[in-house]
Design a protein around this ligand. Structure first.
Ligand SMILES: [Fe+2]
Length: 215
């Protein structure tokens, strides 16, 4: 077994953490599953090997788990957040990474940290929490940002309706080079319509099957 291989309890670990997230906030749970699947597919399109795809998928599955620590009054607030509440929300990439860090003596878990920690950094340096730019941002984090933002735009929340696929893809292109890595944004927009045709809907069963398949 090599340094970056997932330990055989990796899937149980993911299910356990994601079950806690589902209890806290079912929307964020579903979001993490979709982002995990799409991050893997985009990594595949970008030419990453199987092992790297699994690392990117699991970084994406865990990217928002730190929201478990955000008070319900903020995380589940049905309206606009205040400036103070936005600052609390912005702590979640660090909080997500802190939940994985106790396992960083295991190569696989250590390799998840960059994707998790930097998934809100933008190529123009206006992201958070570290204001990194372009080459400073690891590719897994750039992949997660694109699929994460797309998912957030296309899902409906109690306070707003989601955009349709076409409009959301236009938005990804519009923000290529400022928010998103331009090459990855182009690849996503070209590839996404094909994924929808052959991927089944994400359900509990899909996840467990998917975990078995990638085991
Ligand atoms: Fe996030």
């Amino acid at each position: 077994m090599s340094f970056l291989d997932m330990p055989d309890w990796g899937h149980q670990f993911a299910r356990s953490i994601l079950t806690a997230l589902r209890e806290k906030d079912p929307y964020t749970y579903g979001h993490c599953l979709r982002v995990g699947r799409n991050a893997r597919l985009l990594a595949q399109e970008a030419g990453y090997d199987e092992k790297q795809q699994t690392i990117i998928e699991f970084s994406a599955l865990f990217h928002d788990i730190g929201k478990i620590g955000i008070p319900d009054s903020i995380l589940l607030k049905p309206g606009k957040l205040s400036r103070e509440e936005i600052e609390v929300m912005k702590k979640h990439p660090v909080q997500s990474a802190e939940m994985i860090r106790p396992f960083d003596s295991i190569g696989f878990f250590k390799s998840l940290l960059p994707g998790i920690l930097y998934h809100h950094e933008r190529v123009d340096g206006k992201g958070y929490p570290f204001c990194l730019s372009e080459k400073e941002i690891p590719t897994p984090a750039k992949i997660i940002l694109i699929v994460d933002t797309f998912d957030a735009m296309t899902t409906s929340r109690p306070y707003r309706n989601g955009l349709n696929t076409e409009k959301a893809l236009e938005e990804i292109i519009r923000c290529a080079g400022t928010q998103f890595d331009p090459d990855l944004a182009k690849l996503f927009v070209e590839s996404f319509p094909q994924w929808n045709q052959y991927e089944e809907e994400i359900t509990e069963t899909f996840v467990s099957e998917h975990f078995k398949k990638s085991a």
